[in-house]
Design a binder for this molecule. Structure first.
Ligand SMILES: Cc1cc2nc3c(=O)[nH]c(=O)nc-3n(C[C@H](O)[C@H](O)[C@H](O)COP(=O)(O)OP(=O)(O)OC[C@H]3O[C@@H](n4cnc5c(N)ncnc54)[C@H](O)[C@@H]3O)c2cc1C
Length: 284
């Protein structure tokens, strides 16, 4: 289908971009266009104006900032998964990004676009939630920090305010002793997660000192599997881990769609959490 008519502006600076957005409440940010353009073509979205932020220097690149890695909103999936600093200091982000879509989408689609889109089946929200990332939003009033636990509000809804642009995300470096894994179940022909599990595990002498688990597509927003995280604390790696993972679907509200019913997703969450924990625990 052909999109409804809209204006197009390529912003030359972050200031210009936020001004354009503030001047028109029906304007929308355009990043890689991989999610937004299909919506326009299906006429599920009809913004009056697209503000293209793809050339803003403030939003580009991946930066080592000492205790955290700053990933610019416009960093493409391809750039992120091949980044030396991401692979060294927040490998869970690289692992999950490699599972997103296909090479063509990964060359256009962006880290920030994936997060700001708030698709419950998107892979990166659960990862950033598990790693306790901090979102940086820019507006005419300067920058605002939003903890990952407060960023995802509902299906396709973030806590960005009208006129705000996602500048990038700070991912804290967790340091030595942690292992990581992203486990995802999807149809062969499509890479969208039916359910996904992002796991970060801190090991110490054969026991789990701390575990952080983010679930993909188990509700309107990504969720932390807090019950499993608590049960795993101090546990030896062994049969008990499987038992602890039985709580993976606690406090979730998985959707029902063409691909799976909620009870099947709950089953997947338990099985995939167990796999993700074991793989994270034995990863380098
Ligand atoms: C065939 C196909 C398969 C896919 N498979 C997967 C998959 O397996 N897993 C997965 O996670 N994703 C998948 N995706 C989605 C892909 O990851 C997109 O790149 C991503 O969802 C959106 O990024 P984008 O840069 O293209 O954003 P856009 O499409 O440009 O924008 C998406 C939304 O985010 C907003 N936005 C973008 N950037 C900003 C910003 N800086 N500040 C504020 N708002 C912003 C836009 O206004 C829009 O509402 C797939 C997409 C396609 C087309």
């Amino acid at each position: 289908m052909i999109p409804a008519q809209f204006d197009y502006v390529r912003a030359g600076s972050l200031g210009e971009a936020v001004q354009e957005l503030a001047a028109d409440e029906d304007a929308k940010v355009l990043a890689g266009g991989q999610s937004l353009l299909p919506l326009l073509r299906l006429r599920l979205a009809y913004p009056s104006k697209l503000v293209d932020v793809s050339r803003l220097p403030e939003l580009t690149g991946v930066h080592d900032r000492g205790d955290h890695v700053f990933i610019g909103a416009m960093a493409t999936h391809d750039e992120v998964m091949h980044s030396g600093v991401v692979n060294a200091d927040c490998p869970l982000v690289a692992l999950a990004t490699k599972t997103v879509a296909d090479p063509a989408v990964r060359h256009r689609g962006t880290f920030g676009g994936s997060l700001a889109h708030c698709d419950p089946a998107g892979d990166l929200p659960a990862v950033v939630l598990a790693l306790e990332g901090v979102f940086v939003a820019g507006s005419g009033e300067g920058e605002r920090e939003i903890p990952a636990a407060e960023f995802f509000v509902d299906y396709w809804e973030s806590s960005l305010r009208p006129g705000e642009i996602l500048v990038g995300v700070r991912i804290p470096k967790l340091g030595a002793g942690w292992g990581y894994h992203y486990e995802k179940f999807h149809r062969t022909a499509q890479s969208w997660a039916i359910v996904g599990v992002a796991a970060a595990v801190k090991r110490s002498n054969g026991t789990i000192e701390e575990a952080r688990i983010g679930l993909t597509n188990m509700g309107p927003t990504p969720v932390r599997a807090h019950a499993v995280e608590t049960a795993l604390r101090g546990m030896q790696l062994g049969d008990q881990v499987r038992q602890a993972c039985e709580e993976a679907a606690a406090d979730t509200s998985p959707p029902s769609d063409l691909h799976a019913q909620p009870d099947y997703r709950r089953h997947l969450a338990k099985v995939l959490t167990h796999r993700a924990i074991l793989n994270a625990a034995k990863s380098p």
